[in-house]
Design a protein around this ligand. Structure first.
Ligand code: SAM
Ligand code: SF4
Length: 342
């Protein structure tokens, strides 16, 4: 469906959980957050019902996120449900690297047809996942510990390799943070290039704990990369790829490309096609603002599909025109990124 400004909304990001096994400083406080009671989290059936209604309204793509989506029990069941019951053609996931290389076990669900003798990454592929964005901010053990609360560099590499081996379409996402990982930009590109992968650099957004750090604007990053690899050239969008907010550049001396997602320096709000469903059943219209619709309460009080559909429609009609990150007087969602679903 179209929103009030005529933008076609066809992309839904679903947060499966507000729990995470890492503590990335820009996303969640080092002592964690007050997690929602299990009973407040949407069940897979409730989530499925909302997705079914939303596919009727034109949602075609779903990305699973969180928190860490892989800590949600039954995550494979949710993928299979989205694929086979609701016909979602493209199901993707954003995940940290921690569990990807681990052995697949029953806690992920779908045990009967996935079988145990595979990695979690392979299980995801078999369940129907098509692509995965793996967050990779650093390859330095100390920085990793400082930024995420865990020195997991070996696990990162294993996780990425497991995802590639499983045949998932892998992209690496890095959030450059001033004076923390901003000296590793070309190193991360080298790491990606050696594996034939693309790394995308995301500007730090001033949401929740993100306000405690300073990000690096895209133009600065490009200038930094040019110092090592020579002149940058903006690439045409690849028609075989799903259109998204990343802009890709090649560099004279680099085989491959790097992507830049620049919500602050090059807002892409005019083309925004996404809405979010939090694990608490809240339909969120824009990452910055708290506006949206609580769908869980009416659903649990017995709302019919058509009543829920009306609520979703009228919320989407009010999707804000653009974010206003950086404006001190603007309205900000007070929740942390880990609670919203990044
Ligand atoms: N746990 C998973 C992961 O880290 O990939 C999925 C959830 S995480 C919230 C999704 C993405 O949001 C990650 O790539 C993370 O780096 C990014 N992120 C978190 N806080 C951010 C912020 N303040 N600004 C920009 N990106 C942020
Ligand atoms: Fe967890 Fe992802 Fe947030 Fe890091 S960015 S704390 S991995 S949810």
């Amino acid at each position: 469906m179209k929103d009030g400004l005529g933008r076609e909304i066809d992309y839904l990001r679903i947060s499966l959980t507000d729990k995470c096994n890492l503590r990335c400083g820009y996303c969640m406080p080092s002592d964690g957050i007050q997690h929602m009671d299990h009973s407040e989290v949407l069940s897979l059936e409730e989530m499925g019902r909302l997705v079914r209604i939303m596919t009727g309204l034109g949602i075609k793509r779903v990305r699973l996120t969180g928190g860490e989506p892989l800590v949600r029990r039954g995550v494979m069941d949710s993928i299979r449900m989205l694929k086979s019951e609701y016909g979602i053609g493209n199901i993707s996931m954003t995940s940290n690297w921690i569990m990807l290389a681990e052995k697949y076990t029953g806690r992920y669900g779908g045990m009967d047809d996935i079988q145990s003798e595979c990695s979690v990454a392979e299980g995801l592929k078999r369940a129907g996942l098509s692509d995965i964005n793996i967050s990779l901010d650093t390859l330095d053990p100390e920085t990793c510990l400082r930024l995420t609360g865990l020195n997991g560099v070996d696990a990162v590499i294993k996780g990425i390799d497991a995802a590639v081996l499983a045949g998932l379409d892998v992209k690496l996402n890095c959030v450059p943070v001033k004076d923390i990982n901003d000296r590793e930009i070309t190193e991360l590109m080298d790491f990606a290039g050696e594996r034939g992968l693309t790394v995308r650099f995301i500007e730090l957004m001033p949401i929740g704990c993100g306000t405690r750090y300073k990000g690096v604007p895209t133009a600065e990053l490009i200038a930094m990369i040019e110092m090592k690899y020579g002149k940058a050239s903006r690439m045409e969008a690849d028609p075989s790829e799903i259109k998204g907010p990343a802009v890709y550049y090649s560099f004279e001396g680099y085989r491959g490309r790097a992507g830049f997602i620049s919500p602050l320096s090059h807002s892409f709000c005019e083309e925004c096609c996404r809405v979010r469903l939090t694990c608490a059943g809240y339909l969120k219209l824009c990452l910055q603002y708290p506006d949206g619709a609580d769908l869980k309460t009416p659903m649990r009080r017995g709302a019919t599909d058509s009543e829920l559909e009306d609520m979703i429609r009228s919320a989407i009609m009010k999707k804000p025109a653009a974010h206003s990150f950086g404006r001190m007087d603007a309205d900000y969602d007070k929740r942390k990124m880990v609670e919203i679903g990044g």
